[in-house]
Design a protein around this ligand. Structure first.
Ligand SMILES: [Zn+2]
Ligand SMILES: [Zn+2]
Length: 642
């Protein structure tokens, strides 16, 4: 008999006969309450079903229900239970695929009838029945031909198509009761292990994601190890819906995305444009303070230049092209090229470096229409982009400087964040191994010298270099990728950038591409959801609204309005002949930081009585005092942004 060596995570090791079933191995190694929680195992990092035979040795780690991977196994199993329920209620429904995804699972069905949320309660009730029957979820390994026949008998033509696309001669099937699925697994041992689940939404999805194929019905759901966690998740979903930036963007009249203009193209309305201007002004000042220079480049550049930079070869699919007088041009998807041309416009000495070019650069990228999402995924957007050109010796200091800028900017919005280094992708990159190694090391050491913890994202770098990604966490603890810092040795090479060193010789500068907020559109989307539309005073497009009680206060209100705007405060007035309660309610919905309700008393005493958007009334005060208060609140880093 052949033996394999298994090392356990606690350091112990043992030999087992080749082909031992993991569940038998579990019985002897992790008995007791721990054993009941185990839903799968990882061998050298790969998830394996407990019913599977162990063919190769390695480091073995049991996966329990309460871990991220355990929950994923649970969700995948719940998707099978949902498919079983759907087929028992709608026998004509054909099954396709049903994986676990972030925060839940889905299953795609082919059915000539749309599911409605009303169907959900019926499907959920059926799922509950299946869970109560506690059906064993049985794994089987069969030949492709046998699998093909089994699914042919059931008329599951999508499964047959999937089997035909598989490279192996053996495939695995999972069965619970009458339900059979083609699946790699792993799964929990029985349907009874599924405790807390909920179906969340339904959407159309094309088979294989290809719009030339048939439209399928995708039902989304989620599952958790405990009903308490499920409840928390549902509350979070409701809160996210309440804060949805598309809904708030409409209600607060910030922006629109108009099918007539085109998908993924943002139109800023006056208040949205003002919000963006405030953000951009803030950014310009922060950059000027730190030795960046503002530059601007054209929207289109010759295709030949995109070929030289490598964008044409590596990024063409996401670019738009046009032609002028027979000459090809590419609409810029990135801002790097003009910045390099600025560098090249003069002979540079080491004394000139570092050079930090900053541009609020608008770019266009062809994102698939199915992936567009409000402001978060668009086709035209503006980046707070900069390119730093420096000597190799200056690189470390420059990266630290950028990390400090990230820290300072994120603290203004009170965003906590995590840092990740993305390394060289497997294919499609430019530059030598040695350069990639050097660049990756430069990023690592800058983080380590600043005592910043980070994670490694293997193979997730850009085509021209490794990067640091900054992932901020919003008020709902969701992660958003915004800032990135990318080191690039390749582009200076391609463009033959040089500087004269102290030795009088030509040297190659290093280039750093970096953004802090990332795309302004996306960042504004995140801000809207983070603040639920109630922007801090410095960023609120309207800071104060004046409400009169009756018509006689109109002249006083006009006077107050003029003084506020003269003081640089962004004010609006609602002097309509409407009930005060209605005007207050509307101002609250607009999430304006302050209301000034002006009645006879205010006019007589020449005062204002502020009311915060939280509903809190403040004491009456002189207008000058109120102006000072708002200005103080609008100050960031000693500068006023009101
Ligand atoms: Zn499956
Ligand atoms: Zn760039």
């Amino acid at each position: 008999m052949e033996y394999i060596a298994v090392r356990f995570i606690d350091g112990t090791a043992k030999e087992y006969p080749k082909g031992v079933l993991l569940k038998n191995l579990l019985r002897e190694s992790a008995s007791g309450p721990m054993g009941n929680e185990v839903v799968s195992a990882k061998v050298d990092g790969v998830l394996i079903d407990l019913q599977a035979p162990l063919e190769n040795g390695g480091t073995l780690e049991w996966v329990t229900l309460n871990t991220g991977e355990g929950t994923e196994v649970l969700r995948h199993s719940t998707s099978h239970v949902m498919a079983q329920a759907v087929q028992s209620l709608f026998p004509e429904a054909k099954i396709t695929i049903g994986p676990a995804i972030k925060d839940g699972f889905y299953y795609d069905f082919d059915l000539d009838r749309s599911f409605s949320p009303e169907d959900f309660s019926r499907i959920e009730a059926k799922m509950k029945e299946i869970v109560e029957r506690d059906l064993p979820i049985v794994r089987r390994s069969v030949s492709r031909e046998e699998a093909r026949q089994l699914f042919a008998e059931r008329g599951e033509n999508y499964k047959i198509e999937l089997i035909e696309g598989l490279p192996d001669n053996e495939v695995t099937l999972y069965q619970q009761g009458e339900f059979l699925d083609l699946c790699r697994g792993p799964h929990v041992a029985s349907t009874g292990m599924i405790k807390a689940f909920k179906l969340t939404s339904v959407a159309g999805a094309y088979w294989h994601g290809d719009e030339r194929n048939k439209m399928l019905q995708r039902i989304y759901g989620t599952a958790f190890p405990s009903s308490e966690n499920l409840k928390k998740h549902i509350l979070r979903l409701e809160e996210a819906r309440r804060r949805d930036h598309r809904k708030l963007g409409r209600e607060l009249d910030l922006f629109s995305i108009n099918e007539e203009a085109g998908a993924g193209l943002v139109i800023y309305h006056p208040k949205g444009a003002l919000l963006r201007m405030l953000l951009e002004d803030f950014e310009k000042r922060e950059h000027l303070k730190r030795g960046y220079q503002l530059v601007m480049g054209p929207q289109i550049l010759k295709t030949d230049l995109w070929k030289r930079s490598g964008h044409f070869e590596h990024y063409r699919d996401k670019m738009y092209f046009t032609e002028i007088e027979g000459q090809g041009y590419g609409i810029k998807p990135m801002n790097c090229l003009s910045h390099m041309l600025i560098y090249k416009s003069k002979i540079r000495s080491y004394r000139d470096l570092p050079l930090r070019y900053f541009e609020l650069g608008t770019v266009h990228r062809h994102e698939k229409s199915g992936e567009l999402h409000g402001l978060l995924r668009v086709r035209g957007f503006t980046q707070d982009d900069a390119h730093i050109l420096c000597t190799p010796e200056q690189l470390n200091g420059e990266i630290k400087g950028i990390l400090n800028l990230v820290r300072d900017v994120m603290s203004v919005f009170s965003f906590p964040y995590d840092l990740e280094i993305s390394t060289r992708p497997e294919k499609g990159t430019i530059g030598s191994n040695e350069d990639w190694e050097k660049a990756t090391q430069a990023l690592r050491s800058a983080l380590e010298e600043n005592s910043l913890p980070y994670q490694i994202n293997k193979g997730e770098g850009a085509f021209y270099g490794p990067k640091i990604d900054v992932k901020l966490k919003d008020a709902l603890e969701r992660e958003w990728q915004c800032a990135t810092i990318q080191v690039d040795f390749a582009m200076p090479e391609r463009f033959e950038l040089s500087y004269i060193g102290p030795d009088g010789e030509k040297h190659r500068p290093v280039m750093v591409h970096r953004v802090i907020l990332g795309a302004m559109e996306r960042f504004i989307g995140v801000l809207i959801e983070h603040f639920a539309g109630a922007f801090p005073t410095w960023l609120a497009p309207v800071q104060v609204i004046l409400l009169n009680v009756t018509d006689p206060q109109i002249p006083y209100a006009e006077g107050v309005y003029q003084k506020l705007t003269a003081a640089g405060i962004r004010a609006e007035k609602d002097l309509r002949n409407e009930k005060l309660g209605l005007k207050i309610r509307e101002a609250e919905l607009q999430k304006i930081p302050y209301m000034l309700v002006l009645g006879d008393r205010e006019v007589e005493q020449n005062l204002v009585t502020p009311r915060a958007r939280t509903g809190k009334s403040m004491k009456s005060m002189e207008l000058e005092e109120f102006i000072r208060m708002v200005k103080k609140e609008s100050a960031i880093g000693g500068e006023s942004y009101s």
